[in-house]
Design a protein around this ligand. Structure first.
Ligand code: EPZ
Length: 435
């Protein structure tokens, strides 16, 4: 098991290139399963979630090869429904997209209940509601999800989502793409990665309109042909580096971004006194000498992204004054707060509200990455803290951030990756570093 050893007190300076969007890629790879031909997908992020999904597709008969570090060719001409590596499916939340993709391609699906980051209850009732409306029977038993199109094909339907759900919106788009007739999804989520999925499918011959609004219309087509597509830059990865630059008081040029996707993050950072300058496909972030407190509420896009809540909380621990965070999407996304408290943070949590007493100098400590974005928050806190922080369970971080340590060290951070074996031999080494 790997750990990050972070020597704090560094400020970040320089340039960083943002990779392809994780939450677009984990839907576009299952979407490739529906293409009767060869897809060439550029800007594919090198993260464990995409690796796992590519492995699952390979087990279903897809031919997959990398043309270069971030371009992958996927040929699903000869895929067939068979048992897939369920142990991999259980590890990631995005495995639910295989339901929509398999139903679309084969008329039936067998997946596991999704895994992924554990913060609060994360049901899939809206996914099931959508599949039922399109004419599929869905049965959940013994940890598996079985779906079957009642007469072998799905049929268009009008679906109103009871909850704004990114996953359900994307999953229904997948299943509706090859259905007979028209599907209308109302109260749809509007995230940039939903638009990216629709653009990918349309470039392969689908007929999807309105993605990015709260009403998406899908006219089913007979088949999808091959083609090429480039995934959009990752909004949350970019936001993470923006917050890290601001929290450490540095100056970082963040390249390969779509500023429009970052508007809410930029606006909240400016409220802290941080300078954020947009220019084409870059954003320059200059940390303020003293960060101001702010109040922030997370909401579905275009609101402040829930995935930016933990990194922003780490920043607010070192801002002056008392900040209030309200989590508007999940029931309980504050497990990581206990880890920040180990570093001296003063945070009171009551349900969906966290009150952060800033102005503290954090102190390095052994902490754990509770989930993907919580892990990023611990690294940001470790870079700001005095002394050394050891972050465990970094596998969560590597699910969603390509080359996280490499990119941060290139900006001036001081982070070492230590594996269990090395650390067991030199346990006293870690303890001595901790002082
Ligand atoms: C996606 O999760 C992302 N994951 C999450 O990112 C992100 O936090 C979330 O969207 C919100 O933006 C992927 O795209 C793989 P939702 P998803 O369905 O689809 C409730 C990260 O760090 N809900 O929009 O699971 C749900 O419990 C990860 O990259 C239902 O009640 O999120 C939540 O409260 C973490 N029933 C709310 O809706 C359902 O059927 C929003 O969930 C589905 C969701």
């Amino acid at each position: 098991m790997e750990k990050y050893v972070i020597h704090g007190g560094t400020t970040l300076h320089g340039e960083v290139e943002i990779s392809g969007a994780k939450n677009a890629a984990v839907a576009i790879i299952p979407a490739a399963l529906m293409v009767d031909g060869v897809c060439v997908i550029e800007n594919m992020p090198q993260i464990s979630d995409t690796e796992m999904l590519l492995t699952i597709l390979r087990e279903l008969g897809a031919k997959i090869r990398y043309l270069n570090r971030s371009t992958v060719e996927i040929d699903c001409t000869n895929v067939w429904m068979q048992d897939a590596p369920y142990d991999l499916m259980r590890k990631i939340r995005a495995s639910y997209y295989l339901i929509g993709a398999m139903l679309g391609r084969f008329g039936h699906a067998k997946t596991t209940m999704p895994g992924g980051c554990n913060f609060g209850v994360r049901p899939i009732d809206q996914h099931i509601k959508g599949m039922n409306a399109l004419g599929a029977d869905v049965d959940v038993k013994s940890g598996f999800v079985y779906a079957d199109a009642r007469d072998g094909k799905l049929h268009g339907a009008r679906i109103y989502l009871d909850k704004v759900s990114v996953g359900a919106t994307m999953n229904i788009i997948l299943a509706a793409t090859l259905a007979q007739g028209r599907t209308i999804i109302e109260n749809a989520a509007r995230e940039p990665h939903i638009v990216d999925l629709a653009n990918f499918l349309n470039s392969m011959g689908a007929d999807i309109r309105g993605a990015g609004t709260d009403t998406v219309k899908v006219n089913g087509v007979e088949r999808l042909h091959g083609g090429s597509y480039a995934i959009i830059p990752d909004q949350i990865e970019a936001g993470t580096y923006m917050v890290a630059a601001a929290a450490t008081g540095g100056e970082v040029l963040i390249k390969n971004v779509i500023p429009r996707h970052l508007e809410c993050i930029s606006a909240k950072l400016r409220e802290t006194g941080t300078i954020v300058l947009e220019n084409g496909d870059t954003v320059l972030v200059k940390g303020a000498s003293a960060l101001r407190k702010i109040n922030v509420k997370t909401l579905p896009y275009p609101g402040f992204p829930t995935d930016m809540q933990p990194p922003m909380c780490a920043l607010l621990c070192v801002a002056n004054g008392t900040s209030v965070i309200t989590e508007g999407v999940y029931d309980n996304r504050y497990k990581y707060v206990n880890e920040l408290r180990k570093m001296g943070a003063e945070i009171q949590v009551d349900g969906r509200v966290a009150v952060v007493e800033g102005g503290k100098r954090l102190s390095g400590a052994p902490v754990t990455a509770c989930d993907l974005r919580a892990g990023a928050a611990m690294v940001i806190a470790g870079m700001c803290a005095a002394g050394t922080t050891v972050v465990e369970d970094v596998r969560f971080i590597e699910r969603g951030y390509e080359n996280f340590v490499g990119k941060l060290n290139a900006l001036g951070a001081d982070i070492h990756i230590v594996d269990e074996a090395e650390e067991t031999d030199g346990r006293e080494k870690i303890l001595s570093i901790m002082g």
